[in-house]
Design a protein around this ligand. Structure first.
Ligand code: HEM
Length: 476
């Protein structure tokens, strides 16, 4: 006798009248539906715990049986932190979802991400040097705004401004049009759409059909899907317009005409629009948050401020001249500061899953075909063996000859690593060098550690969503 038959018989026995009136039938249907869902759940849980190929790997019970563990933590912005804790409790290989293993050994990063397939075309960064004057111009425009605000004798929240600059740079580079948000002091209409994207991933991970039906869901969840749909339509419009006018930015010519390596064909308009969305999303908030976290990390330590300013003053005696990327790339302390920010506050914190296309091993663990494996940057970058006292912001880690560079992977590694790494590094170097050369900055006394704690929603941002500073133009 199966579960549903059992429920039907029990109901008929306990409440004979239920079978003969409409309310009884509704009750009956409810019991049957609940029973079916419950039976299915029970089968899944039993399979995941006792029969799944990953059953021997340790992890939190809820994570081993369902995706709910990650889903709940994603909603709280704490998934990456809990994965760090899970590794401390369960060891170097942890089952963080029924079919997903997380690894904490930095050696696993290369074993996973430098391992075959998924070739991603690159090449649009040859044009970076030509684009540098545009980046410099945008930084000048931003600093004019900050100088203006500094005169009003109020603390300035640099967080939204940093995001405007990050967005302007990537949008201009990709589409050849400068949105001038930082110059105007007003965010582009696209930016709220970008912010809506991340939460939709979390829901789609649990219920994949939301990809199609998400916009029909009422309330806040559906609202995010509707914003993303508007953004997709907008990106489709850009693609069509570019096809019509033959616009040829390095990014667009690559994606419009190029054959996608993994698909072996030219992309459809819809796929192209998604590439454009990925570029806008991947290229703006990540760089902006890295800038914000660097300012926070540096300003809390006067000796770091002093050393950085001395190095910059020597390299760029005239503070009114915009630092150039070639000189910046050669400044040891500036680059140590940026590396330390990318380590302590990596702006991509989510596990980047890779599917095993055949049976293999990672860090000595057997990985059956079809399993997803991955590493997360908090786990790798906060590894106590590689980085003693990992939560301490200490740029000196990067100034020794045996600095653990192999364990610093903020852009990931391998064929699918970030395509914007060179742009991000160039932008951050000029922007930070100019900032610390032009301004004497201090943190507003209301800023607390909790405000800057990492809120993890795959990408990381400060929990408080602000960084309040007092700015004064430097005089030397
Ligand atoms: C500090 C800044 C940045 C960080 C930390 C960062 C980090 C990352 C990481 C970890 C990935 C995932 C790679 C993987 O799946 O293995 C990624 C992908 C990507 N990034 Fe970045 N990124 C940054 C800036 C940028 C910029 C400026 C762009 C501009 C184009 C960009 C565009 C992309 C794109 C399009 C992808 C998807 C690549 C793919 O799917 O193959 N990122 N980034």
């Amino acid at each position: 006798m199966n579960f549903n038959t059992l429920v039907t018989r029990l109901l008929a026995w306990a409440f004979p009248c239920t079978m003969y009136n409409p309310w009884g039938r509704i009750l009956h249907a409810i019991f049957l539906t609940t029973g079916s869902v419950f039976s299915l759940g029970l089968i899944l849980v039993t399979y995941n715990l006792l029969f799944h190929p990953l059953r021997q790997y340790p992890g939190p019970l809820l994570a081993r049986v369902s995706g709910l563990w990650g889903f709940r933590l994603n909603l709280q912005g704490r998934r990456a932190h809990e994965i760090v804790k899970a590794h401390k409790k369960y060891g170097p290989v942890v089952r963080i979802a029924p079919n997903l293993l997380s690894f904490s050994d930095p050696k696993a990063v290369r074993e996973i991400y430098m391992n075959k397939t998924f070739v991603k075309a690159s090449g649009f960064y040859a044009a970076l040097t030509e684009f540098e004057p545009h980046i410099a111009g945008k930084i000048e425009a931003l600093f004019s705004q900050w100088k203006r605000l500094a005169r009003s004798n109020k603390a300035i929240d640099i967080y939204p401004w940093a995001h405007m600059l990050g967005f302007d740079v990537i949008y201009h580079l990709m589409f050849g049009v400068d949105p001038e948000s930082a110059k105007a002091g007003k965010e582009s209409e696209v930016m709220p759409w970008l912010r809506a994207w991340r939460p939709t991933f979390n829901y789609k991970e649990m219920i994949p059909s939301l990809e199609q039906y998400g916009p029909c869901v009422p309330g806040k969840v559906g609202h995010n899907f509707r914003l993303v749909q508007t953004w997709k339509n907008y990106a489709m419009e850009i693609v069509r317009e570019c096809r019509k006018t033959g616009t040829k930015t390095p990014f667009l010519s690559r994606v419009l005409d190029g054959v996608d390596d993994s698909l072996g064909r030219v992309l459809t308009d819809s796929e192209l629009a998604e590439e454009c969305m990925a570029g806008m999303f991947g290229g703006s908030g990540t760089t902006a948050n890295t800038f914000v976290y660097t300012v926070w990390g540096v300003l809390r330590n006067p000796s770091i401020v002093k050393r950085l300013r001395e190095e910059l003053k020597e390299a760029f005696p005239d503070r009114t001249v915009m630092p150039d990327s070639v000189t910046c790339a050669q400044l040891p302390f500036l680059n140590a500061v940026i590396s330390e920010t990318l380590r302590r506050y990596p702006t991509i914190t989510g596990i980047l899953p890779r599917e095993a296309v055949e049976d293999t091993t990672v860090s000595g663990a057997h990985i059956p075909k079809g399993t997803n494996v991955g590493t997360g940057n908090l786990t790798i970058h906060w590894n106590e063996t590689e980085f003693p006292d990992p939560l301490c912001y200490n740029p000196d880690r990067w100034l020794t000859s045996n600095a653990p560079r192999h364990a610093l992977v903020p852009f990931s590694v391998g064929p699918r690593k970030c395509i914007g790494m060179s742009l991000a590094e160039l932008e951050l170097r000029i922007w930070l060098a100019a900032f610390f050369r032009r301004f004497n900055a201090t943190l507003d006394e209301t800023m607390a550690e909790e405000d800057m704690e990492i809120y993890d929603s795959f990408s990381a941002s400060p929990l408080g969503g602000k960084l309040l500073l007092w700015l004064e133009e430097a005089e030397d």
